[in-house]
Design a protein. Structure first.
Length: 148
């Protein structure tokens, strides 16, 4: 049940960010259109700033669309016995979902976990480990209690 909640939380966070960026891009697009129609020489600086912000949010939206695709291409099925992509790894100190980098999140049930990618600095320390194995990262030793 925890794994389902964790995966759903990640999906929701990615979707919420995409929607927020889409809304902001739309708002900025409308502001740019309004600026173009007013065509005052004094508005040129404002238009440049709006365009820069538009591009920034559009890029963030595109990055999160790619993140969503990457997240959806990972198999989260049960039966994971080693730490690998798609595994939920419970240690004595933390819970990690090996997926995409979203950082620290909390499920609707209040369970804290870290969504990390295979590019995360901690991943080489845990890759391929099994339940019962221990690893040390940043001078902190953790024991893997469960992999699902």
């Amino acid at each position: 049940m925890l794994k389902i909640n964790v995966v759903n939380k990640c999906k929701n966070v990615i979707e919420e960010k995409i929607n927020r960026y889409k809304e902001r891009v739309q708002e900025l697009s409308e502001s740019l259109a309004d600026n173009d129609s007013s065509n005052d020489a004094e508005d040129d600086d404002g238009s440049g700033e709006l365009m820069a912000e538009f591009e920034r949010y559009n890029n963030l939206k595109d990055e999160h669309q790619k993140l969503k695709t990457a997240f959806e291409n990972i198999s989260y099925g049960s039966g994971k016995t080693i730490v690998s992509e798609g595994a939920l790894v419970t240690t004595n100190l933390n819970v990690f979902l090996i997926s995409v980098s979203l950082g620290e999140l909390v499920t609707d049930d209040g369970d804290k976990f870290y969504a990390i990618s295979t590019q995360a600095p901690i991943y080489p320390s845990i890759k391929g480990l099994k339940e019962g194995d221990s690893f040390t990262f940043n001078e902190v030793t953790r024991k893997i209690l469960k992999i699902s």
